[in-house]
Design a protein around this ligand. Structure first.
Ligand SMILES: [Zn+2]
Length: 256
């Protein structure tokens, strides 16, 4: 039997976008155990008011998971109005990365524990959909039109969370709009052909504001980056310096 605290801690780490592997190592429980905790349905603990539209607004309960979800939302998410004042947040996750689908679902649950979350399978991807009247309270960037066609500015309380949990935010952005790739080449060294690998991270987003939020977060954690133009459009951010890639590998890693 695992302590309740261990279980909570493990699920919270998954909700920050950490891989089951790294959570398993850190908390000291098997991946199978963590997986079984995820599928167990929690009883509703409390139907609390929304921390944001409360008279005295407070931060989301799990700011680390929020920071990750904010990254996912700015990358690949959208919020739309449903019926009777309900909203749904929808985050598209490629079938190729089942671990990311799990982490996304955990993050949606962590931010709105009392609301329902489901997966909708489409061709090649899964939409993780969360229902709540309060999504616009959590993501005031919600608005008509595409994100890259309007200003995206974080509110001070969101900025505070991103500054306190920069890695969660970076993970969310990489998991939605980024990737880790490995280029390689061979070189003759002392008559012997050796293979050299150059891993690097890319982040691609059309919104100048979202790219700036990403690079600001990288600056905060000491990761060096450059802008790569695709044609004349500077849509790509690249992280290629060895020390910076190593930092990213520690905190983000390849998609899973
Ligand atoms: Zn609210």
């Amino acid at each position: 039997m695992y302590e309740m605290d261990t279980r909570k801690r493990a699920l919270a780490l998954v909700a920050q976008g950490r891989s089951l592997n790294s959570v398993s190592k850190e908390v000291g429980v098997s991946r199978a155990a963590i997986r079984s905790w995820q599928t167990r349905v929690e009883p509703l603990k409390r139907i609390g008011p929304c921390p944001r539209c409360h008279e005295t607004p407070s931060l989301p309960e799990d700011p680390a998971a929020y920071s990750y979800l904010l990254g996912l939302y700015l990358g690949d998410g959208c919020i739309s109005a449903g019926r009777r004042g309900a909203y749904f947040i929808r985050i598209a996750c490629a079938d190729a990365w089942p671990g990311l689908i799990t982490a996304c679902e955990a993050a949606v649950r962590a931010v709105r524990p009392d609301n329902s979350v489901c997966r909708v399978q489409a061709k090649g991807y899964v939409s993780v959909v969360g229902y709540s009247k309060h999504w616009p309270c959590f993501f005031p960037q919600h608005g008509p039109g595409k994100k890259h066609e309007r200003r995206i500015v974080l509110e001070p309380w969101q900025q505070e969370i991103v500054e306190a949990h920069p890695w969660g935010f970076i993970r969310g952005l990489i998991h939605s709009d980024g990737c880790r790739i490995t280029n390689w080449t061979t070189r003759l060294v002392g008559g012997e052909r050796k293979r050299y690998e150059y891993p690097r991270y890319f982040f691609t987003n059309k919104s100048d504001d979202i790219r700036k939020l990403f690079t600001d977060a990288l600056d905060r954690v000491g990761v060096e980056w450059t802008t790569l133009a695709r044609g004349s459009d500077p849509f790509n951010i690249s992280v290629a310096r060895k020390a910076s890639v190593a930092l990213m590998d520690t905190h983000v890693g390849p998609k899973y």
